[in-house]
Design a protein around this ligand. Sequence first.
Ligand SMILES: [Zn+2]
Length: 321
Amino acid sequence: MRRLAALGLAFIVGCQSPDFAGDSAGSVPGSDFEGAAFEFEEVMEGVYQARGTGNVAVGSNAAVIINDDDVLLVDSHISPAAASALLDELREITDKPVRYVVNTHFHFDHAHGNQIYPGEVEVIGHEFTREMLASGESVGRTYQGFQEMMSTQPGYAEGQQGLVPTPPTTTLSERMTLHRGGREIRLLFFGRGHTGGDIVVHLPRERALITGDLLLPGVPFMGDGFPMDWVETLEELKGLPVDVVIPGHGSPFSDLGRIDALQSYLRDLWARAADARSAGLTAAEAAEQIDMSDHADDYPSITGPGVPFPAVTRMYELMGG
Ligand SMILES: [Zn+2]
């Protein structure tokens, strides 16, 4: 896997696509930061993961799929500024125009850059994702719950100015296949999971799977999840030809045992939340007391009792309050 240091704006002057004429970086609130926003890792020929450098808040990773004549991006980051920065810095690896952006799900850190894309760029997501972004849910409970934590990240507050949550322009309910030159790109929905509408992007020939937050190296956020559906949805991923997973947070990985690890975590947390609820514990008490240390081999960040409050709150909610 090749690592490229992003070179920033100077490099791309003169080779920016006419589709994005105009200095998008200069005019978008929050674009005034030093250095590069992204580093690109070439996972395989023409397929990259773009990860934030920390110079400015970008939220999720993006995946970049360079086709014969165009580019497909997976996810649009946490702000218009972050999405603009990706477009600019992308010129370091390709001069082909971006034609497609896929939203893996509606969460703010994956979809709040949508608005910068001009009409000729198709933004594709699940019907549920469109509904959530159109109804204001992407700035609802989960977004509000993260504001305090996010406010400590560089450029985050500035990047939220001018935000207009923008839904996908093209939706799917189960699957869609794009044939772009020699590349086949499958967008697949296998059921509810991390949200009600997560899609994965599968490159069957390259045996690559881009998972958004449905499957991560760590434990994903569960506050909008459907834990037991999620277990079933993950099972479906095992039927795909996959050598490498490109996740929405964290680095690419090849250990598909991580699917079992997450299924096992979800089942156990659900069962323990149900026990806590039966025992009369509040969600806050349960979040403090539930011990998932037996999953620490899979998730080394677990060091003792205590699980995220939004996960337990969500489970209680699904169990009937
Ligand atoms: Zn998410």
